[in-house]
Design a protein around this ligand. Structure first.
Ligand SMILES: O=C(O)CCC(=O)c1ccccc1C(=O)O
Ligand SMILES: [Mg+2]
Length: 324
């Protein structure tokens, strides 16, 4: 016997969360509940404004269709579903089948704003490799270069991940690189998407010896996982990519050609973030995931994130919008 429910959630965000051109005041999404033989399983469907192709409304409508099929015992075609819907439903199905292991990797790469004392303190509080991430490309490229160089000098045993989100022209990317001393460049684990064009990013990596990672490019039509000089990693944001099976296939392809795969958040609530930590522990056990996004919220959802003190909104407080 099967039944399914869909709940709607809205969570208040911290005041300063900007997505591309838009301030994100509330995070909106859906919680899927699957029930089979009295066993319950959950998943989160949360298209990210400015990043997802689908809206929350469209995702909710498609989720209802797919959940109806699931209740009727039909096979689901998640590969043609919206990525956020495919991810949320496949997570709930994997939980039900006890395929998604319970243990998570909660050692996130701290998102840091450039203060080395801040980072040193965070590293002192957490075990594991020292890996941090900074966003670049928002201010002067030269300033970004100086900050990166300073952090690498201050914490020599740290691996730094940088993320430019395609903000630089090739010239600006060069200006950045000029300020990172050659001896520090190996301390950069990777720089995500320096330039608008992937070909410019590749040329940058090969000219500067700074490794890059694909993030946006992974979601471009026709993307193929392949080893290329200067490419170290691919970033997997499941809510933007699709089903667990699709994410795992990309991870396996990356590993097969010697690339690192990094599971990363699309600003899911604590519910989805916990599942991402579990996916990371399962499929990329030796890689610190990019999941330091709880700090962007003012509340958690259903399941708390480790050591996060924000209030937790329970399932019974959500509106059930559909059930079958
Ligand atoms: O990757 C991380 O460490 C955090 C997540 C993150 O950076 C992100 C989250 C949502 C949308 C875009 C981005 C981004 O890569 O800039
Ligand atoms: Mg990015």
């Amino acid at each position: 016997m099967r039944s399914a429910k869909l709940f709607q959630y809205q969570l208040p965000m911290d005041s300063g969360v900007i997505l591309r051109d838009q301030r994100l005041i509330t995070r909106e999404g859906w919680v899927v509940e699957l029930c089979q033989n009295q066993q319950l399983a959950y998943g989160e469907i949360a298209p990210l404004p400015e990043f997802s192709v689908e809206t929350a409304t469209e995702a909710g409508e498609q989720a209802q269709q797919l959940l109806s099929q699931w209740v009727a015992g039909e096979a689901l075609d998640l590969e043609s579903a919206f990525p956020s819907v495919a991810f949320g439903i496949s997570c709930a199905m994997a939980e039900l089948a006890a395929e998604l292991p319970v243990m998570g990797n909660y050692l996130v790469a701290p998102l840091c704003c450039g203060d080395p004392d801040d980072l040193v303190e965070r590293f002192n509080q957490t075990p594991g490799d020292k890996v941090a991430k900074i966003k670049v490309g928002m201010y002067e490229a030269v300033r970004d270069g100086i900050v990166a160089n300073m952090l690498l000098e201050a914490i020599p045993d740290m691996q730094l991940r940088l993320d430019a989100n395609r903000q630089w022209t090739p010239l600006k990317a060069q200006q950045f690189a000029k300020y990172v001393k050659p001896e520090h460049r190996s301390g950069i684990a990777f720089l995500e998407e320096p330039c608008r064009l992937p070909s410019d990013s590749l040329a940058f990596a090969q000219q500067t010896g700074i490794n890059i990672a694909w993030d946006e490019t992974v979601r471009d039509a026709g993307f193929e996982v392949k080893a290329e000089p200067g490419v170290a990693a691919i970033i997997i944001k499941p809510t933007l990519i699709g089903s667990l099976a699709r994410c795992i296939s990309l991870i396996e392809q990356a590993h097969a050609v010697g690339l690192t795969a990094v599971i990363s958040s699309s600003i899911e609530s604590s519910l989805g973030l916990n599942q991402l930590a579990r996916l990371a522990q399962w499929q990329t056990p030796n890689v610190i995931p990019g999941l330091d996004t709880m700090q962007l919220f003012q509340a958690q959802l259903i399941q708390a994130w480790p050591d996060c003190e924000l209030p937790v909104i329970s399932l019974s407080e959500l509106d059930m919008v559909w059930h079958k």
